[in-house]
Design a protein around this ligand. Structure first.
Ligand code: ADP
Ligand code: MG
Length: 291
């Protein structure tokens, strides 16, 4: 099931699927950012990074965020994880304001930081050693093995990270980020360092994982095709201080395959997203309202 996509501004003309109200569900979003504004304090004075950013993520939905380098994407992930508290506005989880770091967040980054002295399965088990849970040793291992098998790493459980390729390490890192069934999974450019073909394999694996696990996911990426392939909703951030400049829904269904990206609807969406990124980068200022 593709969860309901929430859009932001009432009556937003840019909504590609008509009235945004028609797409809203009655349920409360799992994660809400409401008018989030944040500045870093630096020696040179405050550096405004996010400005009045609002965003809803339904339980089980997949949101992709793109935007210019340095616009505040990683800052957004830290706010959702509770590692930073916004100057103004709120981050809410199940309607409750987030005021401290969340242990129920799973994170994966561009460079999978695996502990080299631990085997792959021991790396994947790490969050279950840290986050309180009632699973027995056997249940934990079964869970880790299940995930590793889903990403094609069956038989590699006892290898050391150094024995795996970059793509395999990233697959193990995804398993580690999801092993404790986090309330939200945050992926900050996790496929950025991989070659194009490995990356596409990872997209398909990520989609399969997401369908099976139903984890609410936020993906930060520079890759527009990655957005359209993986996400339900796509948010383009403006330049710093960033706000939600544009939002769109992916036209792809639950059983999507990478080849679908080359069909007309996704192709048209890619062109629109590219255009929006150019606006965000300030390359196209005239005649285009930046909302
Ligand atoms: P992105 O992930 O979109 O590239 P970031 O969220 O990492 O951007 O950073 C946004 C801006 O805030 C950048 O200009 C960055 O240099 C600055 N920044 C990030 N973290 C800090 C910090 N802890 N203190 C001061 N400035 C920061
Ligand atoms: Mg970043």
């Amino acid at each position: 099931m593709v969860p309901t996509v929430h859009f932001f501004g009432e009556g937003d003309e840019s909504c590609p699927l008509g009235s945004p109200g028609a797409l809203m569900s009655d349920q409360q979003p799992q994660i809400e950012l409401v008018g989030v504004t944040h500045a870093y304090k630096t020696a040179g004075g405050p550096l405004p990074v996010l400005d009045d950013l609002s965003l809803d993520m339904d339980a089980g939905s997949f949101t992709a965020v793109v935007g210019p380098s340095g616009c505040g994407k990683s800052t957004l992930t830290r706010l959702i994880a509770g590692l930073l508290i916004p100057d103004h506005g709120e981050v809410r989880l199940h309607g409750e304001r987030v005021t401290s770091p969340r242990s129920t967040v799973g994170m994966a980054f561009q460079n999978p930081v695996l502990l080299e002295w631990r085997s792959i399965i021991e790396n994947v088990l790490l969050p279950l050693e840290i986050v309180p849970n009632s699973l027995s040793r056997t249940e934990r291992e079964d869970r880790a093995r299940e995930l590793l098998s889903m990403v094609g790493l069956e038989g590699f459980e006892d290898k050391k990270p150094s024995e795996l390729s970059g793509g395999m390490r990233q697959r193990a890192s995804l398993c580690r980020a999801m092993v404790h069934r986090p309330e939200v999974l945050i992926l900050d450019e996790p496929f950025g360092a991989l070659d194009a073909f490995t990356r596409e394999d990872l997209w398909q694996i990520m989609h399969k994982l997401r369908m099976k696990e139903n984890t609410t996911t936020l993906l930060i990426t520079h890759d527009l095709r990655e957005c359209v392939f993986l996400a339900d909703q796509i948010v383009v951030l403006s330049g710093r201080p960033a706000t939600a400049q544009h939002k769109a829904a992916s036209p792809l269904g639950d059983d999507r395959v990478v080849e679908d990206l080359y069909t007309p609807e996704p192709t048209a969406l890619l062109a629109e997203l590219r255009h929006q990124i150019q606006i965000a980068q300030g390359r196209e200022m005239d005649g285009e309202a930046v909302h």
